[in-house]
Design a protein around this ligand. Structure first.
Ligand code: ZN
Length: 341
C-alpha cells in the first residue's frame, strides 16, 4: 500500500477556534497528521510517498473558480485591510439569497464563502489545502495504475467543504476531487465514515448518478453539521437514489455500527463501482472530544475488513479524528483491516 503524505499540511496551523461560545485551541492540529504518520511508519503498513503536482484543474473540476481565487488571495487582502494577522475569519455572513452579486470587500467575502467559524484562513492555509487535494489525487492515480489500496493522509480534511463554501475545518473537498478524477475511468462510490455527516460531498454529488455517496454519522438532531445528513435525503434529479445517509444514535458501539455498515456496503455492492473513496474520520472513537459514538480501536479493523470484502480498489482519504492519543492506532487498525484479503 502507498501512503501519501506531505509535511506541507503544517503550513495550516490556526492558533484557536471559536466553539460553543468560547475561544479554544484549534483541534484540527498538525499534530494529528504527524501522529498518524508515525503510527503507520512504526506499523510498516506501506511505503510513504510524496504527492505529485496536479495543478489547479482537478480542484476547479469540483470547486468554483471564484471560491478558489478567494482562498488563494483572502489572507493577503485581509491583512492589507488591517485584519488580524492570525487568520481571516468572518464577522458577517452575507445572505446569498438576498445578494445579486458576490460582495467585494474582504470583510464580507470571508463570510460569504464560509459555512461556519471553524475554517480560519491563515497565511499558509491555501498552500496546505492545495497540497492536501494533491495528496488525495496522488492516491487516486495509484488506483488508476492498478493498485488495490492507497491511503491519502490528507490535512486539512475536506468532506465539509462544498463547491464554494469552507467550514468544519475543511477548505478543498479532497475526497470529491479524487472521486471526480477517478470517475472518468468508471463509476465511483464514496463511503463517508467520519462521525460528522459529509455535507460538502453530499452537496457536490447530490444531482449525479455516476458518484454514489453514502454517509454513516451521528444523527444531525444532535451532531454537527446539524442541517443535513437525514435519512430522507436521497439525491435529486439524475442523482435521485444515489445518496444515502445513515444517522446513528448517540453511544453507537462497534456491533451496532457494523450492522449499519453492512447495509451501506450492500448499497455499494449493487452500484458496482470501479473505485471506492473512503472518507475516513476517527471521531467515531469512544473518547473523541468532538463525537458521541463509542467505537473502539479493534472496531476499526473490523470496519476495514468488511470494506475490503467488497473487492473494490479503495482510496482512503483522511478526514477527522481528534482523540490524538488513540488516533495513530485507530488509523493503523482500519488500514490493517483493509489490507486483509
Ligand atoms: Zn468529523
Amino acid at each position: 500500500m502507498y501512503i501519501i503524505y506531505s509535511p506541507d499540511h503544517a503550513l495550516h496551523n490556526p492558533p484557536q477556534e471559536f466553539m460553543e461560545g468560547t475561544l479554544s485551541t484549534y483541534l484540527e492540529s498538525p499534530r494529528r497528521a504527524e501522529i498518524i504518520l508515525q503510527a503507520v511508519q512504526e506499523a510498516a503498513l506501506g511505503e510513504i510517498v510524496a504527492p505529485a503536482n496536479f495543478g489547479l484543474n482537478p480542484i476547479l473540476a469540483i470547486h468554483h473558480a471564484d471560491y478558489v481565487d478567494h482562498l488563494r488571495t483572502i489572507y493577503e487582502r485581509w491583512v492589507a485591510l488591517g485584519g488580524a494577522p492570525q487568520a481571516a475569519l468572518p464577522s458577517i455572513y452575507p445572505q446569498r439569497d438576498l445578494f445579486r452579486q458576490v460582495p467585494v470587500s474582504p470583510w464580507a467575502t470571508v463570510g460569504y464563502y464560509s459555512l461556519d467559524l471553524s475554517a480560519p484562513v491563515t497565511e499558509g492555509t491555501y498552500a496546505a489545502a492545495r497540497r492536501s487535494a494533491h495528496v488525495a489525487l496522488t492516491g487516486a492515480r495509484y488506483l488508476l495504475d492498478g493498485e488495490k489500496l492507497a491511503y491519502a493522509l490528507c490535512r486539512p480534511p475536506g468532506h465539509h467543504a462544498s463547491a464554494d463554501l469552507m467550514g468544519g475545518y475543511c477548505y478543498f473537498n479532497n475526497a470529491a476531487i479524487a472521486a471526480q478524477h477517478l470517475v472518468q475511468s468508471g463509476p465511483v462510490a464514496i463511503l463517508d465514515i467520519d462521525v460528522h455527516g459529509g455535507n460538502g460531498t453530499q452537496a457536490i454529488f447530490y444531482e449525479r448518478s455516476d458518484v454514489l455517496f453514502i454517509s454513516i454519522h451521528g444523527a444531525p438532531e444532535w451532531e454537527y453539521p446539524y442541517f443535513c445528513g437525514y435519512a430522507d435525503e436521497r439525491g435529486a434529479g439524475a442523482g435521485e437514489g444515489y445518496n444515502f445517509n445513515y444517522p446513528l444514535p448517540k453511544g453507537t458501539d462497534d456491533e451496532a455500527y457494523l450492522r449499519v455498515l453492512d447495509e451501506a456496503l450492500a448499497h455499494i455492492y449493487r452500484h458496482r463501482p470501479a473505485y471506492l473513496v473512503l472518507s475516513a474520520g476517527f471521531d467515531t472513537f469512544k473518547d473523541d472530544p468532538l463525537g458521541q459514538l463509542a467505537l473502539t480501536t479493534p472496531g476499526y479493523e473490523a470496519i476495514g475488513q468488511r470494506i475490503a470484502a467488497l473487492g473494490v480498489p479503495t482510496l482512503v482519504v483522511q478526514e477527522g479524528g481528534y482523540a490524538v492519543d488513540a488516533l495513530g492506532q485507530n488509523a493503523v487498525s482500519l488500514l490493517r483491516g483493509l489490507q486483509q484479503p
